[in-house]
Write a protein that binds this ligand. Sequence first.
Ligand SMILES: O=P(O)(O)OC[C@H]1O[C@@H](O)[C@@H](O)[C@@H](O)[C@@H]1O
Length: 364
Amino acid sequence: MSKDLEKYAHIPLKQLNNRVWRTYEGGALIDRWKKTSPEVDGAMPEEWIMSTVTARGNNRPEDEGLSLIETEEGTLPLKELINSNVELYLGKALADKFGTTGVLIKMLDSKERLTVQVHPDKDYARTVFNSEFGKTESWYVLNTREIDGEKPVVYMGFKKHVTREEWRLHFENQNIQGMLDCLHKIEVKPGDAFMIYGGVPHAIGSGCFLMEVQEPTDYTMRVEKTTPNGLTIGPELIHQGVGEEKMLECFHYDNYTLDEALDAWKITPEVLESSNEYTLRTLFNKKHTNCFGLSELLLDGSHTIKGNSTFYAAVIYSGAGTIMCNNKEYTFNQGDEIFISAAISEITFVSTEPSKILLCYPPN
Ligand SMILES: O=P(O)(O)OC[C@H]1O[C@@H](O)[C@@H](O)[C@@H](O)[C@@H]1O
């Protein structure tokens, strides 16, 4: 069995669409990106990419969140392919260190504001959840829309005056406006990029379509018991089973001015290489985190990417063309999500339309 599955490590693997239930509504811009119609906002506002972890929801299917790949053997979870030969698919370093991909990638589209929340840093994840991964995440804004006249914004970080006691009171009183007023509110536009480290309070506003590259867990601690749309959030989704006291400990009670917050978390992309056929830009890299990386390839011609002994994912945000890999040709189109195994030493993207390709990397 395992031998048969190893052959897929030598070809680019496209995953099937993989929408996930969340507590907030959205998703129409994911439909637009995928060119599926009608474009609808609903309860599945996230697309999970190259996921080997399941989502945490209430009464949801057990395997929700897991990415599936179409193969000659039928449709298989990515996880199963990887487990057939972890080193071949992921590369030796990752196989030895984690034995899993170490990363989760999402497309997220909010029609309503998400609840104010926080995710664990590594220490909290280890002590409270016995997990080697927290949920440090990154947001790369791809598109925005105004919803009910509201400009697209994100909220992050405690303002200078906020104390642990004030935060607790807002939580106990469910003073949502009070909570929002504690956080910096930042208007966003396509191209903006932010690091959201474990422990940093945040909320994504309505009208944001973004790529999120993050540590591979679904630990979200929410302080709002009712969503902006009126959905009640049960205790399990508020504190993930650890209780409200422990939930409040997940926050880092550090204070920032707006400038300090932007300095700490807003990222400026940098051009790594360019020619008349392509520009390669880095967004998130070792300077920001060793948990994952994200680069963007703007292509109008051809560009070869040499492997660096680890897997990566190529997400086609726009455009179309072909991929040359091990002397075979494959097509790529807007909306494709492609897993490139560590075993692939080199691939060449050749665009037939100008393309924007997001290259997502595992921990380094
Ligand atoms: O709490 P809900 O609304 O379900 O949203 C949870 C979502 O929050 C965002 O900030 C990100 O952390 C996503 O990875 C996560 O899925």
